[in-house]
Design a protein around this ligand. Sequence first.
Ligand SMILES: NC(=O)c1ccc[n+]([C@@H]2O[C@H](COP(=O)([O-])OP(=O)(O)OC[C@H]3O[C@@H](n4cnc5c(N)ncnc54)[C@H](OP(=O)(O)O)[C@@H]3O)[C@@H](O)[C@H]2O)c1
Length: 228
Amino acid sequence: MSRTIAVLGGTGPEGFGLALRWARAGETIIIGSRNAERAQDAAEKIKLKVGSHAQVSGDENSAACAAAGLVVLTIPFEGHASLLKQIKPAIRAGSIVVDTTVPLASSVGGRASRTLGVWQGSAAQETAELAPKGTSVVAAFQNLSADLLNGDGSVECDALVCSDDPDASKAVRLLATKIPGVRAIDGGKLENARILEQITALLIGLNIRHKGHSGIRITGLPAASYQP
Ligand SMILES: NC(=O)c1ccc[n+]([C@@H]2O[C@H](COP(=O)([O-])OP(=O)(O)OC[C@H]3O[C@@H](n4cnc5c(N)ncnc54)[C@H](OP(=O)(O)O)[C@@H]3O)[C@@H](O)[C@H]2O)c1
């Protein structure tokens, strides 16, 4: 499978930050957007930050999916289901789809520190329902702050990775550890994604209350659990 990573919604802070970190680590990235030109502008910005050797390009979301083996969704929840329906024919057989989406109430005019109920249990489980058969869905990166990802420093946060496919989970844990400061931990089945999504709402509330960029660290596990 191609190692190329499509980051859909990579024009926004979360996707841009992930793409930036992975480009710095030497990964091949395609930024996806509803508008190809916007995606290309974001790719150029990453090249300016990382250097001209960075393997980053930009394209419309479906075209980006069609050229990648690993697709990362970094879009607001209000566009989640419709984007998945749009890209479904473009997702290559055997692809891994990583969902970072948090169904924040702010997407329907509510508070960012609350989540919406999702019929399937979580945004990631909605993805599993809407993705083509043979796709492995992984929930990850919901708790990583875009502000920290877009900085130059270490991202002090653990990435809990949840999936029903152990191989896909491991591939995403390896990718997570390419971000300095991030430890990746197997978070179990995809159904645990609803907890990861809720934690983000809590972190947003903490950031508002304490004016910071909070993250999470899991302690007390055997050393091997912190190795991807
Ligand atoms: N920001 C954070 O710190 C953070 C942390 C953890 C997780 N997350 C999650 O990551 C996701 C992205 O966060 P973000 O802050 O980067 O979001 P954002 O800036 O609101 O959106 C990211 C990109 O998604 C695209 N987009 C916007 N509305 C869309 C729609 N209705 N349909 C399809 N695409 C749409 C836009 O790209 P184009 O206009 O170029 O298509 C936009 O630049 C969210 O689900 C968020 O909850 C965010």
